[in-house]
Design a protein around this ligand. Structure first.
Ligand code: HEC
Ligand code: HEC
Length: 309
């Protein structure tokens, strides 16, 4: 908050309170009595419809006191809590600190409840109904924005329910992906491949996935592929989970499998990032959410009914 706004906000707040108090005191003191009605009561002198006079009754005491009390409360509040421009208040209260305290408390409660459960091996957890249930909730809050509420992914975000695993399908690899995160580096080739070469290579990529494409184009593309792409994607396009270079023979794509999509991937490159959950979720939560992901794998199928109930 700049200097100007600090004084502007603080000034208006204090002046407003001051004016209210002054208004009450001054109107309370003001002598307005200018007449009496037939019953001998004081009136303000205002008369309507010939005989309807406004009586000059003081405001009820309790009402006045309530007003003064609220002024005292407001001033005390402004001394103790932030409210006057930049002034922090004597208690040093901040909403972000309160949020952090509440989060820390929630975390403590969570750890107390689930740390022991989550200390079991992941392949045991993946068949534990409670772990899967909690993991599914954690997924909804922390992962579904990217991977979809049903974990089936979207363009740019892999489907986690199929058997196509870019970064490896073992329990350890999946845990590693979630806990430590992954960063894919597919460089763009717009400067080293001509437009025509890109189309040829893309055609070969489609052939790798079993599409019935122009064989001559694909054969030309294969030459480029073996020189440039095989280093990461493997000679037969089978991929490399260490690099996160996807298997291109499955016809399953993160970024789409049309000729245009593949051409775009080749020319522009792709840099998918799976954020590490170590700091974001912590170990207990990360284990439970991993258990949920694993529970959808066929090897833990006996729990299929539970995980999808
Ligand atoms: C340096 C290693 C590397 C090289 C070289 C490389 N790629 Fe990739 N490629 C990757 C990685 C890593 C990804 C995953 C990118 C991501 O997930 O963001 C990828 C993704 C792709 C995809 C997208 C797959 C999907 O699921 O949508 C296609 C298609 C592809 N590469 C084709 C090629 C072709 C064709 C070449 C050669 C012209 C090539 N790549 C060269 C590492 C490489
Ligand atoms: C900000 C978006 C984002 C969030 C949030 C996110 N992910 Fe991911 N995740 C990705 C991307 C992008 C990839 C693919 C990285 C790449 O290009 O290879 C990925 C990859 C994965 C993979 C590897 C898939 C494979 O085929 O190997 C798993 C498993 C995964 N995420 C699980 C999770 C879980 C569990 C959570 C929640 C704790 C989560 N993700 C949260 C973006 C996200």
């Amino acid at each position: 908050m700049s200097h100007f706004w600090h004084f502007y906000v603080a000034g208006i707040t204090l002046i407003f309170i001051g004016v209210m108090v002054w208004l009450f005191i001054s109107t309370g003191k003001a002598k307005v009595t200018t007449g009496q009605n037939k019953q001998g009561e004081e009136t303000t002198g205002h008369v309507w419809d010939e005989d309807l006079a406004e009586l000059n009754n003081p405001m009820p005491r309790w009402w006045l006191w309530l007003f003064y009390l609220s002024v005292i409360f407001a001033l005390a509040y402004l001394v103790l809590y932030p409210g006057l421009g930049r002034y922090q208040g004597m208690l040093g209260w901040t909403s972000s600190e309160q949020y952090q305290e509440e989060m820390a408390y929630a975390n403590e409660v969570f750890e107390a409840r689930f740390a022991e459960l989550a200390s079991q091996p992941l392949d045991v957890l993946a068949m534990n109904a409670e772990a899967i249930q909690v993991g599914r909730n954690l997924f909804a809050h922390n992962c579904s924005t990217c991977h979809g509420s049903d974990a089936r992914g979207a363009t740019g975000y892999p489907n986690l329910t199929d058997d196509h695993w870019i970064w490896g399908e073992s329990v350890d690899q999946i845990w590693h992906t979630i806990y430590f995160g992954r960063q894919a580096v597919m460089p763009g080739f717009s400067s080293s491949l001509s437009d025509q070469d890109v189309t040829r290579v893309a055609t070969y990529v489609q052939q790798l996935a079993g599409l019935d494409v122009d064989a001559t184009m694909a054969a030309q593309g294969k030459k480029q592929f073996d020189v440039i792409c095989a280093a990461c994607h493997g000679t037969n396009g089978l991929g490399n989970p260490m690099l996160g270079a996807p298997n291109l023979t499955r016809g399953v794509y993160t970024y789409g499998g049309s000729l245009d999509d593949i051409r775009y991937t080749i020319t522009q490159g792709r840099n998918g990032v799976m954020p590490a959950q170590r700091e974001l979720l912590g170990e207990t939560r990360a284990k439970l959410v991993t258990a949920y992901i694993l529970s959808m794998k066929p090897q833990f199928e006996q729990n299929e009914a539970l995980s999808h109930e």
